[in-house]
Design a protein around this ligand. Structure first.
Ligand code: HEC
Length: 114
């Protein structure tokens, strides 16, 4: 019995350690994009085409996520006929940088394949 309780505690601890590792990107960006049904892959491709290059894209998106506007959005006019603009991010500067780094890391492969 003691052994079972001990194993359970270890499993719970492991689970907590793993969930703490979930990146700010998953917690913030992915969860909202899933809810809203806006593909992060598609936004990545749009952003890559328009901003081109890692530094330019990160800087441009950082500004956009703080100050969303239909005029500077990469989503295109068509999109906003049926959808609304996102709200400005509430992340801190370093959280936003970290999230954009993960975003780049996770999706850049697709850009490289073209
Ligand atoms: C509260 C919900 C929400 C959160 C949080 C959120 N997004 Fe979005 N995002 C949206 C919606 C909705 C759109 C499409 C409408 C728009 O562009 O305003 C969008 C658009 C985008 C775009 C296209 C930009 C453009 O020019 O229109 C990118 C890229 C993007 N999100 C990446 C991210 C990243 C990276 C994060 C995390 C730092 C993030 N989003 C967090 C809802 C969210």
């Amino acid at each position: 019995m003691k052994r079972v309780v001990f194993s359970l505690l270890i499993l719970i601890g492991l689970g907590m350690a793993l969930s703490a590792q979930t990146s700010i990107f998953d917690r913030n960006c992915v969860s909202c994009h899933r809810r809203e049904g806006v593909s992060l892959r598609r936004t990545f491709m749009n952003a890559l085409l328009i901003y081109s290059g890692e530094q330019n894209m990160k800087a441009g998106l950082k500004y956009f996520l703080r100050h969303p506007s239909k005029e500077t959005s990469v989503m295109g006019e068509e999109y906003f006929r049926t959808h609304r603009l996102k709200a400005p991010t509430t992340l801190t500067d370093s959280e936003l940088d970290a999230a954009l780094d993960t975003y780049w890391q996770r999706y850049k492969v697709i850009g490289n394949l073209r």
